[in-house]
Design a binder for this molecule. Structure first.
Ligand code: NOJ
Length: 551
């Protein structure tokens, strides 16, 4: 009997490397990029909120994990009405996070650790506290209003039926009777991208941060910048946040967006190795438009994220994505979790993982099955990290953190909670600060209680507790990242192998990856098992388990 426990291989040498010189294949095509939600990563100054000092103190952890780059959620000056996606000054760091000098020193230090740094660009809207919006409010006849979308309205009401992604109408009326557009919170007025000053300003923002050492930008709401010039009603509103599949929506995925991206790309191309990454919730066929050779380098594959734990559905989304993106020569960008969605360890333990949005609105939410969720999350990690292309990890997934779905209502902070009149629990549950140690007021997050309370179970999931335990999620990720670098990163080849319909089996160069999503044990291919997400017995792979096998 062969018993192989998870994460058997170790590869310290592969983890310990500086940023390599630019190879012929650009670094980002197969990179592993770790998302840092800065408020919740590590608190260096003891005020309960994460910051640059805390993040800097954890660079060794990120290097040892083996990631190529990090993407940091917005750290700019902001009222934090939407966690920083409401920017008051794009050229300043919020006091709670640090200073521009600290940011610059941090980026240099990250580079010394072999880690590139991608920032978040928020071009669809500003904060209502931004100087531009304040100028627009001050004088109804001011040209400052042209930087945003103001309107006199229609028949005494808003100009159209557009809805805010966070709930309620997308228009707010001012005391002077005029309306302004906000696809998100009323404190996030949408910018008018037909305005030359708006366009010029963001080119300055790009240059400012690239000159401070940044390696690129993840672009917020990349599919929303341009609105239909006549602002017609939306014909039929489905769920407001979803993967858009339409080529003529009045405010999502309009073709004019691509001219703007080309202007940005021309700037970014002056900086060696810098990248643009689109947050565009669109169907793979339309996603391909965003990653044409003179536009974004990458665009998150949200169709993959939205796919339930089902072999046929996953096979089809993988095929569809690879087909669509290969037509423009782009590589795929796989992702399972981020700061906007229910953590996948919890999603996969729901009675219907695809209905996680509805679950957030249940008044008496059904309890997720934690064992199933964890087992699938381990298998999903080996799926994510073995597909050809780049992979994004969300902080804490390497610790197997669950969604904290039972936060007390009194601590909720997400505008979704408020805009939905307390009917949608929103995104706070995936933003609870990271546990680093088993003890302390915030499990090593900092010296104070964290801004969102951590549940007691976080003590057992702390990074310090998992490190060195080869059965832990952390060691699974560390080992998988090292093995990926050694065996999978240089080669984008991919070939499906024959298997039972409930099993995903494919070859990547010399490695065969098998993920069993069925109820029955599945046969293993011949060869050396270099990693498995769970125990393997007698040449059989159990339910919800994955392996990588070397011929
Ligand atoms: C997408 C971001 O990921 C999300 O957190 C934010 O609320 C909206 N865009 C609005 O900026």
């Amino acid at each position: 009997m062969t018993n192989v426990t998870a994460a058997t291989a170790s590869d310290d040498a592969a983890r310990d490397r500086p940023i390599p010189p630019m190879p012929s294949t650009p670094w980002w095509r197969s990179a592993v990029i770790y998302q840092v939600y800065i408020r919740s990563f590590a608190d260096g100054d003891g005020d309960g909120t994460g910051d640059i000092a805390g993040l800097r103190s954890r660079l060794g952890y990120l290097r040892d994990l083996g990631v190529d780059a990090i993407w940091i959620n917005p750290w700019y000056s902001s009222p934090l009405a939407d966690g920083g996606y409401d920017v008051a000054d794009y050229f300043a760091i919020d006091d709670r996070f640090g200073t521009v000098a600290e940011a610059e020193a941090f980026i240099a230090d990250a580079h010394d650790h072999g880690i590139r740094v991608i920032l978040d660009l928020v071009p669809n809207h500003t904060s209502d506290q931004h100087r531009w919006f304040q100028e627009a409010l001050a004088d109804p006849s001011s040209p400052a209003r042209q930087r945003y979308h103001f309107s006199a309205g229609r028949d005494g009401g808003p100009p159209n039926n557009w809805r805010s992604v966070f709930g309620g109408p997308a228009w707010t009326q001012l005391a002077d009777g005029s309306w302004y557009l906000h696809l998100f919170d009323p404190s996030q007025p949408d910018l008018n991208w037909d305005n030359d000053e708006v366009r010029a300003n963001f080119l300055d923002v790009l240059r400012f941060w690239l000159d401070h050492g940044a390696d690129g930008f993840r672009v917020d709401v990349a599919h929303g910048l341009v609105k239909h010039p006549e602002m017609p009603d939306v014909d039929a509103y489905g769920p407001v946040v979803h993967v858009v599949d339409s080529d003529d929506h009045p405010h999502w995925d309009r073709d004019e967006i691509h001219d703007i991206v080309r202007e940005w790309r021309a700037v970014v191309d002056h900086y060696d190795g810098a990248v643009l990454v689109a947050e565009a919730w669109v169907h793979p066929d339309r996603l391909a438009n965003y990653v044409r050779s003179d536009e974004y380098h990458q665009s998150f594959n949200f169709s993959f994220l939205e796919t339930p734990w089902d072999a046929a559905a996953l096979r089809s989304v993988i095929d569809e994505s690879m087909r669509a993106l290969s037509q423009v020569g782009a590589s795929n960008t796989w992702v399972l979790s981020n700061h906007d969605v229910v953590r996948h360890a919890t999603r996969f333990g729901l009675p219907d993982p695809a209905r996680w949005r509805a679950w957030l609105r249940e008044s008496d939410p059904s309890e997720p099955d934690r064992d199933i969720g964890q087992r699938r999350a381990r298998a999903a990690a080996l799926l994510l990290l073995s597909l050809p292309g780049a992979a994004y990890l969300y902080q804490g997934e390497e610790l197997g953190l669950d969604e904290v779905w039972d936060l007390d209502d009194s601590v909720r902070d997400d505008p979704v909670w408020f805009r939905s009149h307390h009917t949608d629990r929103g995104r706070d549950g995936c933003r609870v600060p990271i546990p680093w140690t088993a003890t302390g007021p915030s499990f090593g997050f900092g010296d104070a209680v964290a801004w969102l309370p951590q549940p007691p179970e976080f003590a057992t999931l702390a990074a310090e507790v998992q490190a060195g335990d080869e059965a832990s999620m952390l060691e699974l990720y560390r080992t998988a990242l090292a093995l990926r670098r050694r065996h999978l990163s240089d080669d984008e080849s991919f070939e499906w192998l024959a298997s039972d319909p409930s099993v995903l089996s494919y070859r990547r160069g010399g490695v065969t990856c098998v993920i069993n999503l069925g109820d029955e044990a599945a046969p293993l291919p011949r060869g050396e098992i270099i990693i498995s997400s769970g125990d393997v017995h007698d040449g059989l792979l159990g339910t919800d388990t994955a392996v990588w096998v070397r011929a």
